[in-house]
Design a binder for this molecule. Structure first.
Ligand SMILES: CC(C)(COP(=O)(O)OP(=O)(O)OC[C@H]1O[C@@H](n2cnc3c(N)ncnc32)[C@H](O)[C@@H]1OP(=O)(O)O)[C@@H](O)C(=O)NCCC(=O)NCCS
Length: 334
């Protein structure tokens, strides 16, 4: 007896970002509010990072609220409703429940049930990881429209006395809807990890230690210099690979939207990639700080809102962070 042949799904040949939204924590916290416990100064933080303020959410706003607000904007921008969404992916490292996933709750809040829903943990690379997955889900036929959200309330994991990372961090969420397209709108994702450097950016201790050893609430730490060097020297080649894979040259780009970690990292990447002056470089870090998975969509939202780039612009985006993990792709902006 011959075995029956399975039907395997296939989807449309191309995908693009159909709509985008972003919300920032409602409080703009200036450097001077943070420098006391870390023996720092407004001048030092501006010079070394570019940050002037970071957006932080108040006690009444949580990760889900930020994610939902960004998701609703992205749906509106795409001209879709929750009912049009087949899968919801939330990238976050600051959601306060191990389970269930934030994505399932967001799917319910926006009326996307019974959409597939799951969270991913890829820190500051999480948005680009999500775009790569959404692109693959649509083109495989597993979903028609996918909502990707990067949402973080980093301020919940801040130790005010820590000089390694806390002063960089902000809160916010960015979201996009990925769906079918007549023309290519998302280039190949170049991604990877290096777990041998897991200690470089980390949670101070595990939940088990919090429970058994009364170690207290965990916060974030980083080995700033190692991360800085890794980002500067190893991420530009990843971004270049994403350009090459998309068949795009630097002078054909309209915008460069790297993870908003440090203005000096961005400067060096621009130099290494030999981006011409015509390429608009996202600098949302100056006001918003580092919002991890939310940083690239928020920086994109600003460029579009301020008219620095227009719909249809070609942007190179790259996320990198705790893991260490990274992902980059060229996208057409909605
Ligand atoms: C954190 C970071 C801003 C520190 O800047 P840096 O230039 O590397 O600082 P260094 O650790 O080399 O320290 C330089 C000096 O500043 C001091 N310093 C360090 N942190 C400081 C702070 N928060 N405020 C004031 N002074 C500080 C150090 O004590 C040192 O002083 P010394 O020269 O007298 O010894 C920088 O390393 C960075 O941005 N790293 C990558 C961050 C990142 O991208 N993280 C997230 C990835 S997702």
């Amino acid at each position: 007896m011959t075995r029956p042949t399975l039907t395997q799904a296939t989807g449309p040949a191309h995908t693009r970002i159909l709509g985008l939204g972003g919300v920032r924590g409602e409080n703009l916290v200036p450097n001077d509010d943070l420098v006391g416990p870390i023996d720092s100064s407004d001048e030092w933080i501006r010079q070394r990072t570019g940050i002037v303020t970071r957006s932080r959410a108040g006690a009444g706003t949580d990760v889900l609220d930020l994610a939902e607000a960004a998701a609703r904007q992205a749906l509106d921008h795409a001209g879709l409703t929750g009912a049009d969404i087949d899968a919801v992916i939330v990238s976050t490292v600051t959601y306060f429940h191990q389970t269930p996933a934030a994505a399932a709750i967001i799917a319910d809040r926006i009326g996307a049930t019974p959409a597939a829903a799951f969270d991913i943990s890829a820190a500051c690379a999480g948005y680009c990881y999500g775009i790569g997955q959404a692109d693959a889900l649509v083109r495989s036929g597993a979903a028609r429209n996918v909502l990707v959200i990067g949402a973080e309330k980093m301020s919940e994991f801040v130790d005010p006395a820590d000089r390694t990372i806390s002063f960089l961090l902000g809160d916010g969420a960015g979201a996009v809807v990925i769906g079918p397209s007549d023309t290519p709108g998302i280039g190949p994702t170049v991604w990877g990890s290096d777990g041998s450097q897991a200690q470089a950016i980390r949670q101070t201790h595990s939940w088990i230690a919090t429970r058994d050893e009364a170690a207290g609430w965990p916060t974030l730490r980083q080995e700033g210099q190692s991360v800085f060097k890794w980002a500067v020297w190893q991420m530009a080649p990843v971004a270049q690979k994403a350009l090459d894979a998309a068949g795009i040259t630097a002078d054909e780009l309209d915008a460069f939207i790297p993870h908003q970690a440090n203005n000096r990292i961005i400067d060096q990447m621009v130099k290494t990639l030999k981006l011409p002056d015509s390429v608009v470089v996202a600098r949302d870090i100056v006001d918003t700080g580092n919002t991890s998975a939310a940083s690239i969509p928020l920086a994109t939202e600003r460029l579009l809102r301020e008219g620095q780039v227009s719909s249809g612009a070609l942007a190179l985006q790259i996320g990198f962070g705790a893991g260490l993990v990274y992902a980059a792709q060229v996208v057409v902006l909605p």
